[in-house]
Design a protein around this ligand. Structure first.
Ligand code: GCB
Length: 655
């Protein structure tokens, strides 16, 4: 680990996590599955959420922690520590302005007692899983380096069995160093600017610059788990579904690790607890006659029907029979783009939804069940049937809820703000491919995920963008041939380099906000022209993937002026007129920007964050939320697959 310390320290300002990976020869191909940790008859789980010891390395080169090897003894012995909640961003928890905007390495540590039953049985495999550490993380257990990971929004894990079994009954120390520095090769990219003019800045002064519009919160944003599996275990399960004349088809592929002599048994249970199909072996197809399909919310009276696939592994070992059990919710549904339509179960689906952020007061991007449930309740109140995970993958628990509630997801990777020429080079491309692999591996089994989004608003007119996006989109399609792929553009159709390769065109624009501000009368014309131009060139279905206007709650002005509630509503209405003209044609969706107000970097354009939410950051409705609610319920009534009319009473019954 000496090498790591020295190297990481030397590289910290340029961040260079990808470079670091290249230097270390870290394999870029993924090893193994990434099944969500769950308790089953053969697996146990312990969550390590709560207060951790924490220290930001404020030393000038941010390298003191590596020089002094803070991972080798308890963090509180090498200096003062703060109590830091996990999950949470570290930025907003304290009162320290320096910590709020800190760039560099922060150190988290906690002690954990591993149950004796886990450590005494050599047949038990103990895993440490970190659901999200933004951005680059290095992990030690009892001072021993166990893993590293680049990227803030996807899980990673390490087998720590040997380390914890070495000292049964004793406390184990988990140390995680996290660096939030973004470079031209990270996703999202960023750049460190060193300010060398000593008449204006102190010595060694630098700032982080990014080209995206949300605050770069950092820390342990999601749960940290310890969990067990037997040493021979179910490593991965991949399920794809199809429907043949009412019969649901569930194709499965199971990866087993650590033993070649095994048997696999599969049972598919319905909601009533009946076994509806059985299978054997690592690969096969289950047939479910008269299957109940997984339908999106508001598209069917019984949306989001989930079966449960129970996979049982039986292995004959020297020590006897070992079994492992894993269960997976399965929604049987099909997704296709045919001509100008997005079909779910063969019926046209219109996205009437939102763009979100993982963002809230105090916790920043930290996962919080209360917040998540409030958001889902608001989505359903609004009549939203979908959202885009703008601009990075969301927590696994959120994806599980989307499956359960029938909320359709456009699953976006953290490819946001790709504008620097360096960010189109091979090192970035390689990382982007790896991120797509990690994302697809994590989210492939969610019926709610109907499309992958590989980027948001890259500078797509640059020549290298053509090769870059052709490669990323092609790779994503190869990883998952069952789902369409998009990338989200704010460019002009004639110069866009990604559109030829995508299945659905997603466009963002802010007429009468960033252009022609104040001139509400031009919106309809401009939205219409944009749709026509895109369609003429590509003949692909289009989603209006962002539109909106800032509103500072409580600001009123009629006739409408910018930032007033009236202005935000007027903008939305103008877009809706234009959308209604094209919606029966080739426009297949509209996603408002944004579900809720959210934090951004400070700038003269932002009044304590982005205020384009239809809900405040505290999730209270603005006037626009009521306007949108009326529209979404109306569209739902027009597009429901079954003839009945929806209303709020029925909604309550549909849950
Ligand atoms: C966009 C971006 C989004 C911004 C939004 C805005 O086009 O995709 O990240 O927050 O505009 O409000 O400027």
């Amino acid at each position: 680990m000496q090498v790591a310390g020295a190297m990481v320290g030397a590289l910290w300002v340029t961040g260079a996590a990808a470079l670091w990976a290249a230097l270390c020869g870290r394999a870029l191909a993924l090893e193994g599955g990434m099944l969500y940790p769950q308790e089953t008859p053969s697996r146990e789980r312990k969550d390590l959420n709560g207060l951790w010891d924490f220290r930001a390395d404020f030393s000038e080169d941010r390298n003191q922690g590596f020089r002094e090897r803070w991972y080798q003894r308890p963090l509180r012995e090498s200096g003062p520590v703060l109590d830091m909640p996990v999950p949470s961003s570290f930025n907003d928890v304290g009162q320290d302005r320096k910590l709020y905007s800190f760039i560099g390495w922060v150190w988290y540590e906690r002690q954990v007692l591993v149950p004796r039953s886990w450590t005494q049985d050599p047949g038990t495999r103990v895993m440490l899983r970190i659901s999200s550490a933004h951005y680059y993380a290095i992990v030690w257990v009892n001072g021993v380096h166990v893993t590293e990971h680049e990227g803030g929004h996807l899980p990673f894990e390490a087998d720590i069995s040997k380390l914890v079994q070495f000292s049964p009954g004793e406390l184990n120390r988990i140390t995680i160093a996290i660096n939030n520095t973004l470079t031209p090769h990270t996703l999202p990219p960023g750049i460190i600017e060193h300010m060398t003019d000593s008449s204006r800045y102190p010595k060694y002064y630098f700032v982080q610059k990014t080209n995206f519009d949300f605050f770069n919160y950092a820390g342990l944003h999601r749960s940290v788990f310890l969990y067990t599996t037997p040493v021979s275990y179910i490593d991965d399960v991949t399920v794809t579904t199809d429907v043949d004349q009412g019969t649901g088809l569930v194709n499965y592929e199971i990866v087993v690790k650590s033993n070649e002599n095994f048997e696999l048994e599969l049972l598919l249970w319905d909601k009533e607890g009946r076994v509806v199909a059985k299978g054997m072996g690592a690969r096969g197809q289950l047939a479910v006659p008269s299957a109940q399909l997984w339908w999106p919310y508001l598209m069917h009276e019984q949306p989001a029907y989930l079966y449960t696939l129970e996979v049982t592994l039986v292995v004959q070992t020297g020590a006897g029979i070992v079994s492992d059990v894993y269960t997976l919710p399965v929604g049987i549904r099909t997704v296709e783009v045919v001509h100008n339509q997005f079909l779910i179960n063969g019926k046209p689906f219109y996205f009437h939804g939102v763009n979100k952020h993982e963002d809230a007061d105090i916790r920043g991007k930290g996962f919080d069940w209360a917040l998540v449930m409030k958001d889902f309740n608001l989505l359903r109140w609004l009549g939203a049937n979908s959202f885009r995970t703008s601009h990075y993958p969301y927590a696994e628990e959120v994806m599980q809820l989307c499956d359960r509630y029938g909320i359709v997801v456009i699953d976006e990777c953290p490819g946001v703000g790709i504008v620097l020429p360096e960010s189109f080079k091979n090192i970035s491309l390689q990382h982007h491919l790896e991120v797509m692999e990690e994302l697809v591996r994590r989210d492939k089994n969610h019926p709610s995920v109907v499309m992958w989004s590989v980027a948001n608003e890259p500078v797509s007119w640059l020549a290298p963008a053509a090769y870059y996006f052709k490669t990323v989109i092609g790779h994503t399609k190869a990883l998952d041939p069952t789902r369409p792929v998009t990338f989200v553009s704010n460019s002009r159709p004639e110069v866009d380099r990604g559109a030829p390769y995508v299945d659905v065109i997603c466009i963002n624009n802010y007429y009468s906000w960033y252009h022609d501000y104040g001139h509400l009368e031009v919106i309809q014309l401009q939205v219409n022209a944009a749709f026509e131009n895109w369609y003429k060139l590509y003949q692909k279905p289009i989603i209006q993937s962002e539109y909106g206007a800032d509103n500072i709650p409580g600001f009123h002005q009629d006739p409408p002026l910018m930032f007033s509630e009236e202005y935000q509503k007027f903008v939305l209405q103008q877009y809706h007129f234009a959308l209604d003209q094209k919606r029966k044609d080739y426009v297949i969706g509209e996603l408002i920007w944004n579900f809720a107000d959210f934090m951004t970097d400070q700038s003269p354009r932002r009044v304590i964050g982005n205020k384009k939410g239809i809900f405040t950051r505290q999730r209270q409705p603005k006037g626009s939320a009521f306007l949108l609610r009326e529209r979404y319920w109306k569209i739902a009534n027009e597009t429901i697959t079954f003839s009945s009319t929806l209303d709020t009473t029925r909604l309550a019954m549909m849950k």
